[in-house]
Design a protein. Structure first.
Lengths: 159, 105
């Protein structure tokens, strides 16, 4: 998880790089970095289930942004069995929502020169990523969380 | 999965529901809520919320909590995806001048 956590730290550093007059470049890179922090966290977590250590990095390259986004939308908006702890479901939905939203913000931060950023507008997705890290750590061993990781890699569906 | 095209969203009703949901937010933290309908980067129909925070709500010590709560409250009350077929996205600022800039969200 070290790389993902380093990226999250870097997102905060960029956010505060120019405390008085933050540049658009720093704010936009901060938002983009926050997305990649969560992206790599989830990929690393999924890859940990691959028992052959020497091929984990190859598995990590198989993840696709759009597939992960669609899986996150399903995890966020889907229904869960009543036997699943509602607190776990709430955190899983929150992580999935953060991933979906951050991906959109990343897209704008990286490609849209029309879109303007101020510090609070950039802070919101960065802190959302931080909360997603915390939520993920508390549910990472839950069955529904592990199923979510599988869904990020494939077009896996319940039905 | 909802398949409601955004052209079929009852925008008058949606506006009414957003206003109702916005009223339930803490006025000490939130000054105004606006929204627009569009597409996200994947082309999927989306609702983009712009939220003007008060200086109190935007204070560094509570920004993360406030923005998380506002997202959650609007999302739970409106059910943008399951009820309207719209992916929801949120932008926050406490700068009224920035908030009025059409390019901010």
């Amino acid at each position: 998880m070290a790389y993902a956590e380093d990226l999250l730290k870097q997102a905060f550093l960029l956010l505060d790089k120019e405390p008085k007059r933050p540049s658009q470049a720093s704010l936009r890179r901060s938002v983009s970095t926050a997305y990649y922090a969560l992206f790599h966290l989830l990929i690393q977590e999924a890859s940990l289930n691959w028992s052959r250590l020497e091929t984990r990095d190859y598995l990590a390259r198989a993840f696709d942004h759009k597939t992960m986004r669609d899986a996150s939308s399903r995890a966020e908006n889907g229904t869960y069995d009543r036997s699943v702890n509602p607190a776990v479901v709430k955190k899983l939905r929150s992580v999935a929502k953060a991933f979906r939203e951050l991906q959109q913000q990343r897209h704008l931060a990286d490609y849209s020169n029309a879109k303007k950023w101020d510090r609070q507008k950039a802070s919101a997705p960065v802190t959302q990523a931080q909360t997603a890290f915390q939520d993920w750590k508390s549910i990472r061993n839950e069955y529904v969380a592990q199923k979510y990781l599988v869904s990020l890699l494939s077009e896996y569906r319940e039905d | 999965m909802p398949t409601i095209a955004r052209g079929f969203v009852d925008q008058a009703e949606l506006k009414k529901q957003v206003a109702k949901a916005a009223k339930a937010l803490n006025p000490k933290e939130v000054r105004d809520v606006e929204f627009r309908i569009g597409s996200d980067w994947t082309g999927e129909a989306a609702i983009f919320f712009g939220i003007l925070l008060t200086p109190y709500g935007a204070h560094d010590s509570r920004l993360a909590d406030v923005t998380a709560r506002v997202r959650e409250e609007l999302s739970e009350r409106l059910q943008p995806y399951n009820r309207w077929g719209l992916q929801d996205y949120y932008d926050f600022t406490s700068d009224p001048v920035f908030y009025r800039d059409p390019n901010w969200m």
